[in-house]
Structure formats: C-alpha cells, structure tokens
Design a protein around this ligand. Structure first.
Ligand code: PAJ
Length: 294
C-alpha cells in the first residue's frame, strides 16, 4: 500500500517472531498482503514485481535472502552481490511496506533436514545442469510462503522454470496463495535485467545483447515455419558460439506448461537458453508463436 505509509521508515525485520507480529496486525486490520521473494541486489525487474503488489493495493513484503541451498558448491554463493542498504533505499522510495531479511539461522536452524522436491518440471532445462538448485528454491520459497502467508506472491518470467516450479508447489502443497507471473524487464538492447549482469565486463555486456536478439529471431522464424525447429535451434547455437558464448548449456523450444522439449508448435511454447559469456552464466526465455499473440 502506498497511502499513509509511504513516508514512514521501511522496517527491516530479521526474526520470524517480529515478522509474525507484523503480519498478524495487518491481517486483523483486513489488509491484503503481497510477497516478492528476492536475493537482493535489486534492479528494475525486482522493483516491477514490487510495484505490481502496490498497484493491487496490497501490503508489499519483499524478502531479501541469499539462499545457500540453491547454490551448488561450485557456484557463486560467496560472490553473489549483497547490497542491502541500497536495496532498502530503493524499496523505501517505492513505498514498500516491509523487508524480511532473515538471518541464516532463522531459515536454516541447526540440524535442518526437510526439503521440498518438485518432480517433472525439474527434469528439463536448468534441472539437469543444476542438480540441487530447484530443491533449494522450492524449500526456501515454501518457507517464505508459510512465514509471510501472503494472498499473492510475485515471480518473474525471467526465471520461467522457477515460476512454473513455484506455481506447482503452491498448488500441490495447498499453500493457499496465488502465484503471479510478471513479464521480463529488459535493458534497451534487450538483455534481461539480472543481478548477475553485474559480473559482466564492459565488453561482455556489449556482446550480451546478442543473446535476446538470437532468441527473438529464432522464435519468430519458428512461428513463421521458416525451417524445422531442430534446424533453427542449430543455427541459433552456431550464432551464439560465433558471438563468443560458450559453453551453451541448452537452447531449446519447450511446451510452455510442462517444459517438455517439442519438435513442432502445437501448443503454447517458449524458447529457452542458458549460456556462459566469460565466467557469467546467463539465462533467458521468450514465448514462441501462438503464445506471442496478445
Ligand atoms: P532473484 O534472482 O533475486 O529474483 C527475484 C525475483 O525477481 C524472481 O521472481 C525473478 O524471476 C524476478 N526477476 C529477476 N530478474 C527479472 C527481470 N529482468 N524481469 C522480471 N523479473 C525478474 O529468483 C530468485 O531471486 C530466487 O531464486 C528466489 C525466488 C528469491 C528464491 O531464493
């Protein structure tokens, strides 16, 4: 809500007892609550999700927690950007209502031993490339949804597989929350905003704009039936390699709901890519064909 609260100091809570008290007070006042889970280093993509909650008249709760269980030992957990003071200032300016920035022990007490695993959807795309990633995401998101108990929770299409995984787990586990997907926010050259873009050198950042261009061109060619999907994907892979991307973990067209790779466009589909540029792993996705239509 942006009304009487926008000038107030934005509270940053770190203990679940404090969070519970605040949420209970809002609930008894009849307020609706929207949750935006993040790992911080906030950019315009994150802020767009927060605006959606505010525009819906909800108390906008933003969680900031760099979740260790979704990073493999070889990944960038320790390097991941942490900029809490800047994040809080951005959220304050926007009129968010609460930052939930739990301490590690609040989320993972000693001898933590319970995990949430979502099947099927995680067999594809990032699943095989990041074996424990979605289990870490599903576990932390389940906890956040239980802690905040929002009416709605907002997730970006930027991480489309994550959005599907969270939608499935919220339904399967009867969490009673509506999961809202929000279109990807992009820089003017088309690159999807991401906290990990901070890792790119100036030269890499220049070249990174090729990734969404190749995706969009391949999606358009697929929708127009210019060639078979495998042929178009082979050409896309070659274009990315030529531009200095590699290794390319995948570039695939998949069913938009099940994420199963497809060879023909019979149902709404999306094109997905994960590729490294230097040391940075970039992911992106877009609708193809019929699902492109308004
Ligand atoms: P994080 O990468 O910080 O992203 C937080 C949310 O912002 C996610 O829902 C993500 O899809 C969305 N987002 C990121 N970039 C975006 C963009 N360019 N346009 C629109 N939305 C964008 O995703 C995570 O954190 C974590 O896995 C989390 C869900 C918080 C669990 O730890």
């Amino acid at each position: 809500m942006t009304t009487e609260n926008s000038a107030a100091i934005l509270p940053v809570l770190r203990k679940s007892a404090e969070l519970r008290a605040r949420i209970a007070a809002w609930r008894s006042a009849g307020d609706r609550i929207g949750l935006v889970p993040t790992m911080g280093a906030l950019h315009e993509g994150h802020l767009t999700l927060v605006r959606r909650a505010l525009d819906a008249g909800e108390r906008a709760v933003v969680s900031i927690f760099v979740n260790p269980t979704q990073f493999a030992p070889s990944e960038d957990f320790s390097l991941y950007p942490r900029r809490e003071a800047e994040d809080v200032a951005k959220l304050q300016a926007l009129g968010a209502d609460l930052v939930w920035a739990p301490e590690l022990e609040e989320m993972y007490p000693p001898r933590f031993s319970t995990y949430v695993r979502v099947e099927e959807l995680t067999d594809h795309l990032d699943g095989p490339h990041r074996p424990s990633h979605f289990q870490g995401v599903a576990t932390v998101v389940t906890k956040l949804l239980r802690q905040v108990a929002p009416d709605r929770a907002y997730f970006g299409e930027k991480d489309y597989q994550q959005l599907q995984v969270v939608t499935r787990l919220a339904r399967d586990l009867d969490l009673g929350v509506e999961i809202v997907g929000v279109p990807t926010v992009r820089d003017p050259d088309g690159l999807a905003l991401s906290s990990r873009n901070l890792y790119l050198s100036e030269d890499e950042r220049q070249r990174a704009g090729i990734l969404p261009r190749v995706l969009a061109e391949t999606a358009d060619a697929a929708a127009a039936g210019v060639a078979s999907l495998p042929e178009l994907l082979r050409a896309a892979r070659a274009a990315l390699t030529e531009a200095g991307f590699g290794p390319i973990d995948y570039i695939q067209i998949c069913d938009a709901e099940t994420l199963v790779p497809v060879n023909a466009l019979e149902r709404p589909a999306r094109i997905f890519v994960a590729a490294r540029l230097g040391k940075t792993r970039l992911i992106d996705n877009m609708p193809v064909g019929r699902s492109n239509l308004p």
